[in-house]
Design a protein. Sequence first.
Length: 304
Amino acid sequence: MDDECIHGLEGQLCALCYPKVVTEPATPVKKTRAPKLSSLRDPLPTAATPAARTARPVRVAGAPRPVRAEKASTDNVGEQRVYHLTHISNLASILRDGRLCSNAALTARPAVDISAASTRETRRDARVADADRSVAEYVPFFLSPNATVWESVRAEQADPRLALDAHGSEAFDFVMLVSTVKTINDGLAALAAAPADATDDETPRVPSLVAVTNGDAAGTLTRFGATPATAERMLQTLRAESDGAMILEAELLVPDAVPMELITLIGVCNDNVRESVRGILKSSAFKPKVAVYPPWFHTSADPQ
């Protein structure tokens, strides 16, 4: 029998009398990762020939800084819907003409004209920047179905731009003629490229460029984007705005006229108006979709 220690434990069971020897842990050896070769012909680096690092280029004082390529915007502004408001009483004559005409191109006033005389005069005097044309030579479109001038009609609020008391119409008496920026741009480009004898339209075959504003087109502080690049940037700015207030004042301006085939949707307030519009369209060659969308025709203060 093994001898007991002073603590009464046999053999070497006592940790106090027979402490275990602590061994030092082996120091881990750090492995050096072999560098990747840029070519199979490159020699393997050794301690004598370490892997070479690409030196950073030294910038010479006074030399121009390299130009970094700008990131392309991911905002597809071509999908932006645009809205032209008109009274249902005007629809038949628009269809007969086959196009929406600018105020300057009209040969007769619309059956129902909600623009105040002072508004028409102001827009005749206002010029589109970079285009040297009168605002009245453009067909105006909203960029939102809740545009402020339309909200004044819906809410029956006084607005110096409007002459609502002249006819006493309600919001449901109006229709929204809807298209997109891409549809209009593509349509204008196709019209300019068409042979002169392909249509009876006597409009000169020159490329037409839309303009975009950040407010009322007749406003003294309004900015214009009247070239393809500036119009696109203006649309991107309006669509990216956090509170969305500016887009309610903005306009898309189409020079001279908009062919009705570029109108892809007619928005109406209710089923009765839809049936009336469909009846007007029966005798027309144009067959846009007619959709009932009540929110477009109710004031933003309406709880619905």
